[in-house]
Design a protein around this ligand. Structure first.
Ligand SMILES: N[C@@H](CCC(=O)N[C@@H](CS)C(=O)NCC(=O)O)C(=O)O
Length: 210
């Protein structure tokens, strides 16, 4: 059984999607980040960086009694290695997935997170920062759009790289991005939205009543 420490944000959705796609049994502990529950001593003992998502695997494959993992990219990689799913076993296909996974973790996620903040929360005089992150968002969507031209998924078959990137594209309006300007991203996003596991993952907040 896997315990998912979760809130209904893009980073939280990534792991819910992955667990649903892999059909793994899991239970959810909601960590309401609007109520600062990520700072509870119990949660900090799992993720000292006070951010969801995190997991505790109570039946790791190596026979240990538990394995804790934080950082969404590390969690998706852990689950892919545990199940042997959604990550090719050999190079160069494996490296292709991993480089797009890291691209999301190191660039697409953090930059778009700043765009969310400055577009939605910062005071009116934050013009410079807003411009900077909106411009960076357009650059990154351009990179993704060129990558997806003529491809169904980001790196070969549907993989943990797509699961990493998709929930942030779902929030394109918060980033002042019009998906009509990025047709390959748009059709990829529709292809992924149609997957039953995605629909189950996005129904999780309602299921939890949060
Ligand atoms: N790099 C981290 C980012 C996680 C993250 O930013 N989580 C946000 C919600 S989407 C959070 O928990 N914020 C609470 C806080 O910073 O106190 C990952 O990919 O897991």
């Amino acid at each position: 059984m896997i315990e998912l420490y979760y809130w209904k944000t893009s980073n939280g959705h990534k792991v819910a999607i992955c667990l649903e796609e892999m059909e793994l049994a899991y239970r959810v502990t909601a960590v309401d980040i609007q109520k600062d529950e990520q700072f509870s001593p119990q949660f900090l003992s799992i993720n000292p960086n006070n951010k969801i998502p995190a997991i505790v695997d109570h039946a790791p494959s190596d026979g240990l009694s538990r394995q804790e993992v934080f950082e969404s990219g590390a969690i998706l990689l852990y689950l892919a290695e545990k199940t042997g799913l959604f990550l090719p076993k050999t190079a160069p296909e494996r490296m292709e997935v991993l480089q797009w996974l890291f691209w999301q973790a190191a660039g697409f996620g953090p930059m778009l997170g700043q765009a969310h903040h400055f577009n939605r929360k910062a005071p009116d005089d934050a013009h410079y920062a807003r411009e900077r992150y909106n411009k960076e968002a357009l650059h990154l969507y351009g990179v993704l759009d060129r990558r997806l031209e003529g491809r169904d998924f980001v790196a070969g078959a549907y993989s943990i790289a797509d699961m990493m990137i998709f929930p942030w594209v779902q929030r394109h309006a918060w980033q002042n991005v019009d998906l009509n300007d990025f047709p390959a991203v748009h059709s990829w996003s529709e292809r992924i939205s149609a997957r039953p596991a995605i629909q189950k993952a996005y129904a999780l907040p309602d299921r939890l009543g949060i």
